[in-house]
Design a protein around this ligand. Structure first.
Ligand code: OGA
Ligand code: NI
Length: 361
């Protein structure tokens, strides 16, 4: 026991992590050093998280213009917003969370079939960020699978629980339709027009589902579910069963920033602006830094649906957004470039994909 307590991450065999075994203490390799993030930036206010009623995107021209303006401000200042009246039935959301929970409750033997540390695998089950490989481990278990086009990937998904494919498939399809609607609004808000990306995203865009489980943690103050990071995607649409998500508000406290708790309201979906929309906007929109905190009693489940261009389709700064005052600020990149980055870098140490794309002045 003594020995295990001081264990380095490399002593955990895959499938044998502390969070999977419900260890009653937090091993050292999960302890996030206090130097890791500025504690004085911590703040738990949530009143300022923007919430957008997107049903007005289907309304009159004036109504649409109003929503686009709200969206523009949310993307510029937070890189994050919540959406209400998104049109997805509550039963589709509840069923997807239920089958996700059902999957994580299966015996280890069943889940191990999907175990892989290969970030290029279209379906994989693992823990933390890269199981045992990064310096700090995180109290998360996850199943990642590609989801679009559904017929190409669904036969690789878990067959247990028996309703997993059907219920998760319905959720993925509904969220994808929503993602296209939001991306049209985003390109419109940048003055690029509604169709700027839609045919590329519709034809060969990727949808990657991160089905996350954060078991109860015996000492939630010392460990994290996920470290501060931003998503590589254009946008990520997130559903959670409990609070735990925090976003970093860059503009607060005169620019030193603060963490903001995202509240949980039934049926509300969250949208993260990812690295590829930061590139698309030439830096006007911010890819949001977010993290996941833990809970001592309850298991948190979240479904993060990451939407991007095709595997090798490069996102670049549109020429319409470039002029003498606004030179190109980012190099072009694809989802595959992000995966290459993930293999070579340790996100637990704060490395960000977007930083590798920035063109220095
Ligand atoms: C992610 C992520 C947040 C959450 O999977 O990239 O940020 O609430 N998830 O689980
Ligand atoms: Ni994320």
């Amino acid at each position: 026991m003594e020995n295990e307590k001081g264990a380095s991450s490399s002593t955990f065999k895959m499938g044998n992590s502390a969070q999977e075994r419900s260890l009653p203490y937090v091993p050292d390799c999960y302890v996030v050093p206090s130097s890791y993030e500025p504690r004085d930036a911590l703040d738990s206010s949530s009143e300022s998280v923007p919430t957008i009623d997107i049903s007005s995107l289907k309304g009159s021209d004036d109504e649409r213009r109003g929503v686009i303006q709200e969206l523009r401000l949310a993307c510029q200042y937070f890189g994050f917003f919540q959406i209400v009246n998104h049109g997805i039935d509550q039963s589709i959301l509840d069923d997807a969370l239920a089958v996700a929970k059902g999957f994580f409750e299966l015996p280890a033997k069943e889940k191990k079939k999907f175990m892989s540390n290969d970030v290029y695998a279209p379906v994989r089950y693992t823990t933390s960020l890269k199981d045992g490989l990064d310096k700090i481990q995180f109290w998360r278990i996850f199943l990642k699978h590609y989801a679009h086009p559904l017929h190409r990937w669904i036969h690789l998904w878990p067959q247990n629980p028996p309703e997993y494919r059907e219920k998760m498939g319905k959720f993925c399809e509904a969220v994808r339709v929503l993602s296209l609607e939001i991306m049209e609004a985003i390109t419109e808000s940048l003055g690029l027009g509604r169709q700027y990306l839609s045919s590329r995203m519709d034809k060969n865009g990727m949808q990657v589902m991160a089905v996350n489980c954060y078991p109860p943690c015996p000492d939630p103050k010392t460990a994290l579910g996920l470290p501060p990071h931003s998503d590589y995607s254009c946008i990520t649409i997130l559903l959670q069963n409990l609070t735990g998500l925090e976003i970093f508000d860059l503009t607060a406290h005169g620019g030193s920033g603060r963490w903001v708790h995202v509240p949980e309201v039934k049926g509300v979906l969250k949208v993260h602006i990812g690295d590829h929309v930061e590139v698309l906007s030439n830096g006007l929109y911010k890819s949001v830094i977010h993290k996941v905190t833990l809970n001592e009693e309850k298991t948190r489940i979240s479904l993060a649906s990451l939407h991007s261009l095709g595997m090798d389709d490069k996102m670049s700064v549109p020429s319409q957004l470039v002029n003498d005052e606004n030179p190109v600020r980012y190099r072009e990149s694809s989802f595959n470039d992000f995966l290459d980055f993930l293999v070579k870098n340790d996100i637990s140490q704060g490395e960000r994909f977007i930083d590798t794309l920035r063109i220095k002045d």
